[in-house]
Structures are given as C-alpha cells and as structure tokens.
Design a protein. Sequence first.
Length: 392
Amino acid sequence: MVHFTFHTPYILFGAGASWEIVGLLKGCKAARVLLVTDKNVRAAGVTRKVEAAIAEAGIKLTVFDGVVADPPWHVIEAAAELCYERGCDAVLSIGGGSALDTAKLVAYLARNPDKLDDIYGVELATGERLPLVLVPTTAGTGSEVTPISIVTTPTNEKKAVVSPRLIPDWAILDPELTLGLPPQVTAAAGIDAMVHAIEAYTSKIKKNPISDQLALKALALLSANLRKVYRDGSDLEARSEMLLGSMLAGMAFAHSPVAAVHALAYPIGAIFHVSHGLSNALVLPYVLEFNRSAAEALYAELSDVIQPGYRRQSDAADAAAFIAEIKAICRDCEVPGSLSAVGIGEGDLSRLAEDAMKQTRLLVNNPRELDYDQARAIYARALAGRGSAASE
C-alpha cells in the first residue's frame, strides 16, 4: 500500500451556505477582513449581500477586486500589500479559481516576509498565514480545497506554490452562487474539474485509495450533470452536483497530482490568454490518446463511471469507449474543435512544446513519459483537430 497523507479544510456545503460566512469570520475573531474577488463577480452583485452582512456585523471590510485570470505576480503582491497596510487579520475570497488562488497567497504573504520567488515549488512556503475562508463561484478548479496556487510570472510562465499552508480554514460551497455562469464558462470549468478527476485517478506517483474514491465519485457527478447545466444554467440540483463534483475532484488531485493535460494546457493559457478550463479541453482528447498505451486499464475502469449502464468488454474496448465519451461531452458542450480556433498556428507549436516541457512538477505524474517531440506532436494533432470531437 502506498504511503500518503491527506489534508482537507472544514467544508460547508449547500444552497444558501454563503450566509454563514459572517459567523465563520466571527469565529476567527476577525476584526478587519480583506475580500479578494474580481470586478466581474462584484459587478454581478454576487458579493453584495456578504459585504452588507459583514458591515452590519461591525467587521471592517477592505475589498480587493483587481484579480484577473491566470493571476500575474504583481496582482498578488499588490493584494498582499493592501492586506498588510490595512492591518487585515483574515482573508475572504468569493470568486473563481484565480481569485481563490490569489487569496491563498495573500493570506500567506501578508503574514510572512517570504517573497513569491522564494516559494515557487513544493512545500517551500512553511510560515504561518492569516485565517482564510474560500467561496467558489464556479464548479471547476476545486481551488477551495487544494494546497496549490498558480501564478503567472514576469516571463509568462505558470508556476505553482504548493504547500499545506495554503489549504483554507473553511471552504464554503453555495451552488446558488454558480447560477449566473454563462454556458461556455460553465462548460470550460466543468471539463477542467473532469480533468482533475481523470488525472488524479491515473497519476503515476501519488495515486492513493482516498483520491481514487473521490475521483470516481467526482467524475460520476460531473459527467452526469455537465450537459444539463450547459443546457439549463438555472437547474439548481445539477449545479449543486457539479459544485460537489468539482470539490471532490479538487481533493483528489490535491493528493494525487495532475499530469500532462495540465502541463500542455498551461502554456496555452499563459501565452494566448485562453481560460484554464478551455486550455485543458483543447488538449484533453489528444493526451488521453497518447497515454492510452500506459493507462488503458485505468481508462477502462472509468468507462462505466461516465456512461452508466455501459457494459464492460475488454480493456481496449472500454478505454476506447471512455475516450469517445469524453470527446462527445466536449462536442455537446461546443468546445472549439482545434487550437486554431483560439488563434494558435503552426509557428507557435515549438514554443508551446518548449514551455510544456518546463512543467516537470506535472509531467512526472503522467502515466506515460513525454518528451519534447511527443508534446509537439500532440499540439500538432490538436491544431489540426484530427480525432477531435468537432471533426467526427
């Protein structure tokens, strides 16, 4: 049996759960709170009731709404400086994965003399942090339960800070906060969560029985509900199942890390400013095909998880059926059929492959070893759209 440890925050889940935020902040004895979010979430009114309740409770609130997608280092540092200057003694974040990732680092940096450059990597952030409450508004990243924050560096690379210190005190999951997500955002976030579950289940080094069970349940929930919420974003029950699935997938990959799908997706997001979920979706079918020779038995085990009632045959047939269903989900959620649809051309493939090979933290987890030429070939297939859902 593999040796492993498992960390989770306290979790509050359910429609209306965000009303409990003020009570939790009081439990942290917070007098000055920094709210980390983005302008779109705030403009949509998602944070309005919470802001009012915090003010009514007599807690002084400072709002940082400058978060942007794939948060760059200077945004994180600006938020941490604001937190320190205002004397905040707790951090709250309401938003998507970028906001939550930012908040985790703000809570750490505002309490420590460490600089971002000092803590990129695994378990280099070892100091204390401020009390931290995370509230996701998307069902995708699972950031509310992971020890990981992704940062875009000055050289346009994506680097990670990975440390148990980043796991929040509380994760508050209120599916009502996800009701306003547009269909394309819903689809990209949901596929991102599915990738978390798939890669956690097939991760080479730290695969463990707890992550396995979480990944299986997550994938079942996500695959059963993604098409529903894409077609009808007001379906609260399906939104709830998606948010639960996203969280479970986050727990799974927090301890059984993601691999080549993410490694190849990161450069797409960093260079071309494509959303993280869509970046994953664009390369997912091609990485699955590449990994098939090494992960066939595991993919076969997932075939009836995403297709209830599917009758198992052989590992080869079942793995093929699994990949085909993943492509069908992407097609039904209208994921673009090729990299060219997001502005990527043949001349970009070498740089993408070079940057992907820098993601050694992720590639080491892949079930099949991947080199530069193979990475470039995967990008080439994704560019052409051969074998993609859109071309079938």
